[in-house]
Design a protein around this ligand. Sequence first.
Ligand SMILES: Cc1cc2nc3c(=O)[nH]c(=O)nc-3n(C[C@H](O)[C@H](O)[C@H](O)COP(=O)(O)OP(=O)(O)OC[C@H]3O[C@@H](n4cnc5c(N)ncnc54)[C@H](O)[C@@H]3O)c2cc1C
Length: 479
Amino acid sequence: MPMKTPDEYLGSLRRMKPRVFVQGQKVENYVDHPLLRPAINTLALTYAMAQDPQYRELMTATSNLTGEVINRFNHLYLGPDDLVKKLNMVRTCAQKALCILRCMGGEALNGMALGTYAIDQKHGTDYHQRFLKFARFFQDNDLICAQALTDVKGDRSLRPYQQADPDLFLRVVERRKDGIVVRGAKDHISAAVGSHYIFAMPSRALTEKDRDYAVAFVVPVDVKGLTHIVNTTLKSAEHQGDHPVSSKYSTVESLLIFDDVFVPWEHVFMCGEWDAMEPMLFSFATTHRHSRCACSAGVTDLLTGGASLIARYNGIEKASHVREKLTELSTISETYYSCGLAASIFATKTASGYYAPNMLYANVGKTWTAKLFHDSTRMVQEIAGGLIDTVPSVSDCENPELSSAIDKYLKGRADVPTDERLKVFRMLQDMTTFGTVCYWSTISATGAGSLQGAKIMVARETDFAAKERMVKELGDMPA
Ligand SMILES: Cc1cc2nc3c(=O)[nH]c(=O)nc-3n(C[C@H](O)[C@H](O)[C@H](O)COP(=O)(O)OP(=O)(O)OC[C@H]3O[C@@H](n4cnc5c(N)ncnc54)[C@H](O)[C@@H]3O)c2cc1C
């Protein structure tokens, strides 16, 4: 069966030799690096859950390409039901590890499935068959890929071909008989470390003059010429007990430098077709925003649970303002999830036969996730009080000169051990003041594209003229 155990996944990473830098140091054994390992643990969880009878149904699907049972993250969407199941899978994973890091690969796979078909329809190319061949291999080997969309972009007011330095968007610098050579950089790429492959595609609409920038392909993470400059969410491997969330499961993003990387034709899925790339780009972005509805719901579930627990430990669980805030937090989670559900149920069947989530509802969901995460952490902080910031460190609590005083004076409700109360404070600190929250605040605001990008899509999908007509009709006014 084409599914790896967590150990087989770790073994497959150990056989790869990507060029990785962390905090200025070149890293040889990246799998066991203390700042990278929590992110690799997050990805390994997706393999463990697929093997666990409790989650098997949620985490697996039957491939339409091979007929085999595969990890659902690598499944192509064959109908609304697949999208609902992906939504539930992502929410459940986020409830266990916050950002699960594996969504982008599946979204890239689905974006490529639709996108290559659309390019072939317009240009008579054979990208779709090439892509399907790769997708079979990918599913059969239970692989993970990162999705490299975001270019470094230089002057944002200029198109790729107008930039002072032509390499500020990833581009083709050479077309050869056996493949292409690409140069440029992609930024903030989640889980590039921890993946087996990197899918690259353009980050914006292009014009004819940008033809060289219309390029999509897949490369192994250790392809010659590729460098990973990695940002880790966990900044220090010391005092892990003070960061109980981010030292267990974490995230990593890479600035990826493509220094004249060769890509064989069999792994090239777009090369120059600037006028036919929209379906690929929009499909990936919409599918990613669809997942965002689920992971944000899962993370807010954790915030709600943590706030409820600390309210109980502090004896304020019945206070009306606390009940109100907890209810609001729950409303926020379910709002995100409802948008994701609507985007699943009203999914569009594309010409390729594969489904894309409804663009309007997925983008509405993304806008709420961008706006409400910061409100959510504020409410958790209001409920928890100042210890969420100033909780004594594990080292303080373990110091015999201090431990009994801390135990006595930082007790909340008499029947709750102080160390349990402080552990919840540390988790909430990780999730609302620093550590994991730094990642989540930014990813909510800007990940899956900027808030403005999502709003543009909402405006594009809204028929304002039809709404004007409704008002005229209600007011018995001429059309
Ligand atoms: C933690 C994290 C993980 C991420 N993971 C991935 C990933 O796995 N793969 C991936 O491809 N990307 C990833 N991203 C990138 C993310 O999608 C981008 O951050 C996002 O698209 C915004 O791009 P930017 O960061 O370059 O900001 P900018 O594009 O510079 O945006 C900053 C602001 O400038 C505005 N702006 C930009 N251009 C214009 C313009 N021409 N006119 C007017 N306003 C403009 C934007 O609307 C926004 O308000 C990740 C980001 C983060 C923070």
